[in-house]
Write a protein that binds this ligand. Structure first.
Ligand SMILES: [Zn+2]
Length: 143
C-alpha cells in the first residue's frame, strides 16, 4: 500500500508542473488576444514584408515607379507611422482591390519597411463588374 501511495504522489507532482506551464501560456495568449481585438476593426489581411528603404525619398520613388498605388490613409502606431496605399486600378469610392501595400516608418531608425498583402490583384474582376454597371447607366442616360 505504501509503495502505491508513493507512486501516486509522484504522479500528482507531474501534472502540477504541467499546469504551471499552461498558466504561463494562457497569460501569453491573453495579451495576444488583446492586441488582435484592437486590430479587428481593419479587414483581415496578411501582410508580408517586401523590402526595406533607407530614406523616405527612396520609398516614395519606388511607389511612384510602380504606378498602381494611390495614397489611402495613415495609421499612427506605437512602432511608428504606417502609410497605406491602395490599388489605383479601382475607383476610390468602390470596392477596393485586395492587393495593397503600406510603408512602415520605423520609430527607432530611419528605415522604412514596405509590406504588401498576401492577396493578389482582383481589381480586374472588380472593374469588369463596375464597368458593366457604368456602361449600362451611360447608355441609359444618353438615349
Ligand atoms: Zn489591383
Amino acid at each position: 500500500m505504501k509503495r502505491f501511495k508513493q507512486s501516486k504522489s509522484k504522479y500528482s507532482i507531474v501534472p502540477q508542473y504541467e499546469s504551471d506551464g499552461d498558466d504561463y501560456e494562457t497569460n501569453a495568449d491573453q495579451t495576444i488576444g488583446k492586441v488582435s481585438k484592437k486590430r479587428r476593426k481593419q479587414r483581415k489581411k496578411m501582410w508580408i514584408f517586401d523590402r526595406k528603404f533607407t530614406s523616405k525619398i527612396e520609398a516614395m520613388e519606388f511607389i511612384k515607379s510602380q504606378k498602381i498605388w494611390g495614397y489611402h490613409y495613415t495609421n499612427d502606431t506605437k512602432d511608428g507611422m504606417k502609410k497605406y496605399y491602395r490599388c489605383k486600378n479601382v475607383p476610390r469610392r468602390h470596392i477596393q482591390c485586395d492587393a495593397s501595400i503600406y510603408l512602415h516608418f520605423m520609430t527607432r531608425s530611419f528605415d522604412i519597411h514596405l509590406y504588401k498583402t498576401e492577396s493578389i490583384h482582383n481589381c480586374e474582376s472588380i472593374n469588369a463588374e463596375y464597368g458593366s454597371q457604368k456602361a449600362g447607366s451611360t447608355t441609359n442616360g444618353s438615349k
